[in-house]
Design a protein around this ligand. Structure first.
Ligand code: NAD
Length: 240
């Protein structure tokens, strides 16, 4: 049986699919990932992106952080692609129970997914560090330099920066969903960023599907390894 036919059969037989994905899920929407050859990490800036996107850099040089952030992290015109749409369809028909994402772009919700666990937060939410007031992403886009609250505090995106810890409740719920899944579909992630990548160890079933364009350090754990573009692959899956 070919690999996509095998995936189709498992989808048909499953009632508790959990999807775990990363930046590669959104590249077909035009948002670059970090680690591919054409990804953000291959471009040259005054500081490496890991440095700019760290908590200490944000605190020390917020103006420089925001110059990079507005230029490289906000893709507000991007639309959900075939992968986002298929995952939402799988949830609507009762087969998929949760999407766990490392992405911060909000595209799973835009596609209609209801249960989305955002391990790294979202660019669509922003808070004043001083008084906690909420701001839409437009407040960041429309401001110049360092975006400030009416109270004078600096506004920070609700995004987990390097050196910051993940939200415990979100991480625990992700682990709970994965432990109960009858099929774990992983896609579009280099499985290189911890602790998120460690979630793979919480699955003990026999339907671990890994769909990724490039090899990952966990390829040998997959029961079904499908190299390729996730949107192209998932668009072939029928839910009816
Ligand atoms: P990564 O950049 O480390 O790896 C992306 C992986 O996706 C690569 O292995 C690549 O081969 C694969 N890939 C790229 N396009 C693909 C496609 N069309 N189909 C299948 N596979 C594809 O990304 P990561 O593992 O998610 O870790 C990077 C971190 O950066 C994440 O924590 C995330 O928070 C953040 N990030 C988010 C976005 C976003 O929100 N869209 C974009 C870039 C980075």
């Amino acid at each position: 049986m070919d690999k996509v036919a095998q995936l189709q059969q498992w989808v048909k037989e499953s009632r508790n699919i959990v999807f775990f994905g990363g930046a590669g899920v959104s590249t077909e929407s035009g948002i670059p990932d970090f680690r591919s050859v054409d990804g953000l990490y291959q471009q040259k800036y005054a500081y490496p992106p890991e440095t700019i996107l760290s908590h200490s850099f944000f605190m020390a040089k917020p103006e420089e952080f925001y110059r990079f952030y507005r230029d490289k992290m906000l893709y507000l015109q991007a639309k959900p692609n075939a992968a986002h749409l298929k995952l939402a369809e799988l949830e609507a028909c009762g087969r998929l129970k949760a999407v766990i994402t490392q992405n911060i772009d909000g595209l799973h919700q835009a596609a209609g997914s209801k249960k989305v666990l955002e391990l790294h937060g979202s660019v669509l939410r922003n808070y004043c560090q001083k008084c906690g007031k909420f701001y839409e992403v437009q407040a960041i886009l429309q401001s110049q330099g360092i975006p400030r609250c009416a109270c004078g505090g600096i506004i920070k995106p609700d995004v987990v920066l390097y050196e910051e810890s993940l939200d415990e409740a979100v991480l625990e719920e992700a682990m709970r969903c994965i432990a109960q899944a009858d099929m774990l579909m992983i896609g579009g992630t280099s499985l290189a960023v911890y602790p998120a990548a460690g979630l793979i160890y919480g699955y003990h079933g026999r339907r671990l599907v890994l769909i990724n364009r490039d090899p990952t350090p966990h390829d040998q754990k997959a029961d079904l390894l499908i190299p390729g573009k996730i949107g192209e692959i998932l668009s072939q899956i029928k839910t009816a």
